[in-house]
Write a protein that binds this ligand. Structure first.
Ligand code: ADP
Ligand code: MG
Length: 518
């Protein structure tokens, strides 16, 4: 993606030289374009910014670290925050408790959830397997009704007469990047505060329009991810401890993947749990869980000598995390046990794209939320079910004729699976009606563009970009009592115009932060 609109090194050097000469008060040769001056300013503070990022936890493991397993690079980040109207931002914050309530209500209505996913399960073996686990644990009797949700609702600001946030998706498992987002706020506070003087300051100020003498750092909302998420995990551990006879100092298990490149995004949760809450974390892959974990006759989960109070999944959301039956056996063990799952398989299933689409049907979200539903409906994009029982002929025809207006999505998480533009039509024509049930169609959201400075591997690119805004929320409940329901911070991911997918790890996007405008 870096090949897109790459600015030539000569242009960067010339622009940087111009800024130097401006600073010395020499005559300007010509007025620089905004893009050029931002590029030059960014180049001058690139090293300072990237060093600040790295020394404040914005690290990412190398793909091929060789012998040095500690080798890392910077997390891909934007050097400057991305503008969003304050009202749109606050509106999304206000939706957090509603998403919490909705996920819990849907997960507790197992009949509705299972029926909604029945056809998908036939066409998509991964969803089928999760559904099978859910059915099994309910047939056996749900051993642990307490469930912890760490969700993230992702939106894009759809351009139009009145831009408004439309939901891209709701993540209910491994809602990641919260630690990085916390540290990016810090980075942006540093950049906006520290580099106010001279040509760099003027270029940054110019980038944000005419804000006169305003302190730009005041436009950065505090990001609470690194307080709220560990506090929720700690709360779940405490409630487990209180309800479990003789549980002394149970641990929180982080289920992580083997490659561990995104370690900096979960290690800070681990440190906060230890340093702030005095709760110990063990990190294991599903394979290690299969080898080392067992359940006693009361259903309590043990990792060798340690009792597990909470099982927090940072892996396990896609088929690639289950290369064999060993990993599936680990997942089943965790689900059957009395440990609090974050998420339970039911919470995970509520995050399926099919459920998002089914909730958009008339009357569906109302079934779970009553009068509050209207607030959520305001951010629903167009969503259509496919396959037998969905009466999809008209929408399939339209999507084949005008594919640029749609995104075709399978039941997958983690980026890189959707179809955009003409591929929507190609894929729809390829699929049989049965196969289509594994997918949903979604209205393509069209956000406005802003010039952004993207940094990756110590290099920068200034590009026209769009952003996706994520809002975390945490919820702990047992179906009767809500022990906790709160907004838990935010995430901004920025990607170049023309890039369809959005993952940071996958190399499509960088992490940014919101700059609130009036
Ligand atoms: P995943 O679970 O793989 O993250 P998403 O639904 O979030 O799936 O889609 C991946 C990316 O594709 C998003 O981050 C976003 O950049 C883009 N995308 C998804 N849905 C839409 C949409 N309706 N309109 C525009 N872009 C979308
Ligand atoms: Mg996503």
């Amino acid at each position: 993606m870096w090949a897109l609109r790459r600015a030539s090194p000569a242009l960067v050097t010339a622009a940087a030289a111009k800024l130097h000469s401006d600073r010395r008060g020499r005559r300007e040769l010509s007025a620089p374009s905004r893009c050029e001056s931002l590029q030059a300013a960014a180049q001058l503070i690139l090293r300072d910014s990237v060093q600040y990022a790295e020394l404040n936890g914005l690290l990412y493991g190398l793909k091929d670290p060789g012998a040095d397993q500690s080798a890392a690079t910077q997390t891909p980040v934007a050097m400057l925050p991305f503008c969003i109207p304050e009202k749109a931002f606050q509106d999304c914050v206000a939706l957090s408790p509603l998403w919490n309530k909705l996920v819990d209500a849907v997960a507790r209505d197992v009949k509705w959830l299972h029926a909604t996913l029945e056809t998908v399960a036939k066409a998509d073996p991964f969803t089928g397997r999760l559904l099978k686990i859910s059915k099994q644990i309910h047939e056996e009797g749900l051993r642990q009704p307490l469930m912890l949700g760490i969700h993230r609702s992702d939106y894009m600001l759809h351009s139009g007469a009145e831009p408004r946030c439309l939901q891209v998706e709701l993540n209910t498992i491994a809602s990641s990047m919260g630690c990085h987002a916390f540290h990016v706020e810090k980075l942006h506070r540093f950049v906006l505060g520290r580099f106010q003087e001279g040509a760099v300051g003027r270029a940054i100020r110019g980038h944000y329009g005419d804000l006169k003498g305003d302190d730009l750092t005041k436009r950065l909302p505090r990001n609470v991810t690194l307080e709220a998420i560990p506090a929720a995990l700690s709360r779940a551990q405490a409630v487990y401890k209180a309800q479990t006879k003789g549980a002394k100092d149970p641990v929180v298990l982080f289920v992580v993947n083997d490659d561990g490149r995104n370690f900096a995004d979960w290690c800070f949760l681990e440190y906060a749990l230890w340093e702030v809450h005095n709760v110990r974390v063990l990190k294991k892959s599903l394979k290690e869980v299969a080898e080392k974990a067992s359940m006693d006759k009361e259903g309590r989960l043990w990792l060798e000598e340690e009792e597990v109070a909470v099982s927090y999944f940072r892996a396990g959301y896609g088929p690639e995390d289950y290369p064999s039956e060993v990993e599936w056996s680990a997942r089943l063990l965790l689900e059957r046990s009395a440990a609090v799952k974050c998420p339970s398989v039911d919470y995970q299933l509520v995050g399926a794209k099919k459920v998002q689409q089914a909730l958009a049907r008339p009357g569906a979200v109302e079934r779970f939320l009553g009068p509050d539903s209207a607030k959520l409906r305001g951010c629903f994009a167009g969503l259509w079910g496919l396959g037998p029982g969905e009466d999809d002929q008209a929408i399939v025809k339209l999507a084949c004729e005008k594919p640029e207006g749609f995104v075709l999505k399978p039941q997958r998480e983690g980026g890189g699976h959707n179809f955009y533009g003409k591929d929507v039509a190609v894929k729809l024509k390829e699929l049989s009606p049965q196969e289509r049930s594994a997918y949903i169609l979604m209205q393509r959201i069209l956000p406005g563009l802003q010039e952004s400075v993207m940094t990756r591997q110590g290099q920068l690119k200034v590009m026209e970009c769009l952003s996706e805004f994520g809002f975390y929320s945490v919820y702990l409940g047992d179906g009767r009592t809500a022990h906790l329901s709160a907004h838990a911070g935010h995430l901004v991911r920025t990607k170049a115009q023309g890039v369809d997918e959005g993952g940071v790890a996958a190399g499509y996007a960088v992490i940014s932060s919101p700059f609130l405008t009036s």
